[in-house]
Design a protein around this ligand. Structure first.
Ligand code: ADP
Ligand code: MG
Length: 222
């Protein structure tokens, strides 16, 4: 018991430190980015690479802050349908760029769920990003919302992308596991953390060559 308490204290100190470091890294990054953008006018191919690498550091730092930040989470009663609508709006530019159509399906009566809306948005955004990135020649991402019982709501994000080989499934959500050249391998880990904090479940089903469906179950109000 005591051991466990000490361990969780240690974790929160490391978490605070990590969030502090991540925060401090952001300022020099922003200034570097500005100067490199100025250099870009000189038209060398290296500046593009530098900007890409900076973006990569930036997304690692951002995702890291989501994980480590010792924020006091305030839950409110939230309408999932409108939350999903706003995520779809937010993702529309990237979807169009990749020739992807995002569709929303809802089943059952609308229900409120206790959540920190920005965190649940973050989860769905990460999943939709993965779905888009898995469909190299475009396709449809289906987000569905279903109230499956008095107490549970289910969100599914399904794509028609490359799929994930079965032997790779256990590695999903491991920090820095990514098969993408510009990936951070932190997106699914963040999703897992957030869903667990909401007392929900997340699972992934995939068929290579056909697509992937991520299912999130969350408690909802009656
Ligand atoms: P990242 O997207 O930065 O690579 P994630 O944690 O979001 O990191 O995902 C980890 C890995 O899981 C991805 O690199 C990819 O190999 C695999 N993956 C996740 N979602 C999907 C999906 N919808 N379709 C195919 N592969 C996926
Ligand atoms: Mg991702």
């Amino acid at each position: 018991e005591e051991e466990w308490v000490r361990r969780s204290e240690k974790l929160s100190i490391i978490g605070q430190l990590a969030a502090g470091v991540a925060h401090e890294i952001r300022n020099p990054l922003t200034s570097l980015k500005g100067f490199i953008q100025l250099l870009r006018a000189k038209d060398t191919p290296y500046t593009e690479i530098m900007l890409e690498e900076l973006d990569r550091i930036n997304s690692i730092v951002n995702e890291f802050m989501t994980i480590a930040k010792p924020h006091a989470v305030t839950y409110s009663a939230c309408n999932l349908q409108s939350l999903l609508d706003s995520v779809i709006k937010f993702m529309q530019p990237q979807a169009m760029l990749y020739n992807v159509d995002i569709q929303l399906e809802t089943k059952g009566v609308a229900r409120l769920i206790p959540c920190e809306p920005n965190q649940i948005k973050q989860v769905v955004i990460n999943l939709v990003k993965n779905a888009i990135e898995a469909m190299l020649s475009g396709g449809i991402v289906t987000i569905s919302l279903e109230v499956v019982s008095d107490e549970r709501a289910v969100i599914r994000v399904a794509d028609q992308g490359a799929g994930i080989p079965e032997d790779k499934l256990p590695q999903l959500g491991e920090p820095f596991y990514s098969t993408k050249s510009t990936g951070t391998g932190l997106g699914l880990m963040v999703c897992q953390r957030i869903v667990e904090a909401h007392k929900g479940n997340i699972s992934i089903a995939s068929t290579v060559g056909q697509g992937t469906t991520v299912t999130i179950e969350l408690p909802c109000y009656r």
